[in-house]
Design a protein around this ligand. Structure first.
Ligand SMILES: [Zn+2]
Length: 140
C-alpha cells in the first residue's frame, strides 16, 4: 500500500491509501476518488508516496532506528553484571591486571582525569560509560 497526500480543487488536503500509483490514477480517472470534505472529484496528488505500508500491518519503525537510551541501559546493566566494582581503586586495579599482578578480569570503577592519563600512557585498554548512580551506589 502507498499513501498519498491529495488535494481537491478547493484546497482540501487529505490522505488516501492505494495499492500503487497506477491504482490511484485509475481510480481517479474513473471518478472514484473524491474529497472527504466537499466530495469534489477533481483531485490531484500533492506529494509522491510518503510511506509504504505492508498490508495488514501498521507501519513499522525502520530496522535502523535504535533506541539509544535503552541500549545504553543494557550496556550499563551488562557491565554491572559482568564486572567487579572496584570504585576509586579502578586505576590501581587496572594497572595490576595490565601487568599480570592480579588475575585478568573485568572491573569497573571511577578514575580521575590524571588517572585516565596514566592508564593511557601505560597502554591500558579501558572505555568510559556514563553510569547513572543508583541507590546501591549511594550506600557504598
Ligand atoms: Zn474538498
Amino acid at each position: 500500500m502507498i499513501v498519498f497526500d491529495m488535494e481537491c480543487s478547493k484546497g482540501h488536503v487529505f490522505e488516501g491509501w492505494f495499492d500503487s500509483s497506477e491504482a490511484f490514477e485509475e481510480q481517479n480517472a474513473s471518478g472514484l476518488v473524491s474529497c472527504p470534505y466537499c466530495e469534489d472529484l477533481s483531485i490531484r496528488k500533492v506529494i509522491s508516496p510518503v510511506a509504504v505500508k505492508k498490508s495488514g500491518n501498521d507501519i513499522q519503525p525502520t530496522p535502523n532506528a535504535v533506541d539509544y537510551q535503552r541500549l545504553a541501559k543494557e550496556v550499563v546493566d551488562y557491565i554491572k553484571k559482568n564486572s567487579e566494582d572496584v570504585g576509586t581503586q579502578f586505576t590501581a586495579e587496572a594497572l595490576k591486571i595490565h601487568y599480570g599482578v592480579t588475575e585478568k578480569r573485568s572491573i569497573r570503577g571511577s578514575a580521575t582525569q590524571d588517572e585516565e592519563k596514566t592508564l593511557h600512557e601505560e597502554g591500558v585498554e579501558f572505555f568510559k560509560v556514563p553510569m547513572p548512580s543508583t541507590e546501591e551506589d549511594k550506600k557504598n
